[in-house]
Ligand binder design. Structure first.
Ligand SMILES: [Zn+2]
Length: 228
């Protein structure tokens, strides 16, 4: 499809993109868009605590393997393709070489829209680095400036100044989003947390369940119609 919409989600950890924007991505896949998920890390430290609790002797490599499997299973439910960079978590270091790799990924996929972490998520440095890297890599790739920031970590939106400027009603695909989230078995708490989050965003936007975004638009848009 020549004019097929392409969306790339750049996610610090396996679950981030799904908890914050999984419903939106499902809706776009259903509408014919091509979606690609890019994971910068396996989340093998900060976001895999349960695995270490359940299996104290587990190796980091095994955690990475499990998290990668979960991430791709989640993307499959969404209908997206995936790319796991596995750069190493905590701290995530985006060296010049890694920036080139991310930029090349954007160049190759040529997304119309990029989704990533909130640009001022100062409370969670890995997410903050991921956001900054996504914006810089898009710039290096001379790619789409239609960048949408998704939710910061649940419970921190007020502290890091995340005030949504648009919402997507995900009520009709909410069950599928939860099914995708359930694939991230190492983080079972996400299901109830994001049910609450999406319900709250639904109340704000007058629907049952919604996902919230802030659009980064460095240039003043010139539109033919408001929806252009
Ligand atoms: Zn994360």
């Amino acid at each position: 499809m020549a004019n097929q919409l392409k969306i790339m989600a750049i996610s610090a950890h396996p679950a981030d993109f799904c908890s914050r924007s999984g419903g939106t991505l499902i809706k776009h896949v259903q509408a014919g868009a091509k979606v690609k998920i890019v994971w910068l890390t396996h989340g093998e430290t900060d976001e895999s605590g349960l695995l270490y609790q359940q299996r104290p002797d587990i190796s980091v490599d095994e955690v990475r393997r499990i998290r990668e499997e979960e991430a791709f299973a989640c993307a499959e439910v969404i209908g997206a393709e995936g790319k796991m960079f596995g750069f190493g978590d905590n701290p995530l270091r985006m060296t010049p070489e890694r920036m080139e790799m991310l930029s090349q990924e954007i160049k190759d996929f040529r997304p119309n829209i990029i989704l990533t972490h909130w640009q001022a998520e100062l409370t969670y440095p890995t997410h903050w680095v991921a956001s900054e890297s996504a914006v810089r890599a898009a710039q290096m790739a001379r790619a789409s400036w239609d960048i949408r920031f998704f939710e910061p970590n649940i419970g921190t939106a007020v502290r890091v100044g995340f005030v949504p400027d648009h919402y997507v009603d995900i009520s009709d695909v909410f069950d599928q989003k939860i099914e995708a989230l359930t694939k991230l078995a190492a983080q079972p708490h996400l299901v109830s947390l994001y049910k609450t989050c999406n319900r709250w965003r639904g109340i704000e936007s007058r629907c049952e369940y919604a996902e919230a975004f802030v659009r980064f638009a460095p240039e003043v848009p010139l539109l033919h119609l408001l929806t252009g």
